[in-house]
Design a protein. Structure first.
Length: 162
């Protein structure tokens, strides 16, 4: 009778060594507007980097709370748990400038911002599923692997497409 093989353990998630991960407004709102477990998703990245909230994001959350946007108050309270990072600009431009200046990675659920950051050579963490952040390494302009590699005509023919 052959001896059973020992079961392999799942590998612990490995994260590139970032100095800081900047959290964007839409990612902070996501757990309160959709099913997404943000804190467990951030845990693999936290031991190797500090988690920061730009002051522009804090200001945006305050404005959303004042307008009564659902989940904004809870997101603002969550943001208060992280390090505050001074930013000069507002909105997406602030995230881009701060990430480039400090060598940080940005965690966002905004596809347009993800593309701009990637093309500018900034690494991006973005949500996949209900509790997982995927890393998109810094890219070169014109190279954006957001939807996988382009399919050849042959693979389209196999699927029955035009």
């Amino acid at each position: 009778m052959p001896t059973p093989r020992p079961r392999r353990r799942a590998a612990a998630p490995s994260a590139p060594p970032f100095r800081r991960v900047l959290l964007d407004t839409n990612l902070l709102l996501r757990p309160f507007q959709r099913t997404f477990r943000l804190l467990p998703a951030l845990l693999p990245w936290a031991p190797l980097s500090s988690l920061g909230i730009p002051t522009s994001v804090q200001g945006e959350l305050d404005r959303l709370v004042a307008r009564g946007v659902p989940g904004a108050a809870a997101a603002a309270q969550l943001a208060g748990q992280f390090e505050s990072v001074p930013s000069r600009a507002e909105g997406d431009r602030a995230m881009l400038e701060l990430a480039e200046r400090s060598g940080s990675v940005v965690a966002t659920a905004d596809r347009e911002l993800r593309q701009r950051l990637h093309e500018a050579g900034v690494g991006v963490l973005f949500p996949r599923g209900s509790g997982h952040l995927e890393y998109l390494p810094p890219g070169r302009p014109g190279r954006l692997p957001l939807n996988g590699p382009p399919r050849s005509k042959r693979s389209k023919e196999r699927r029955g497409g035009p």
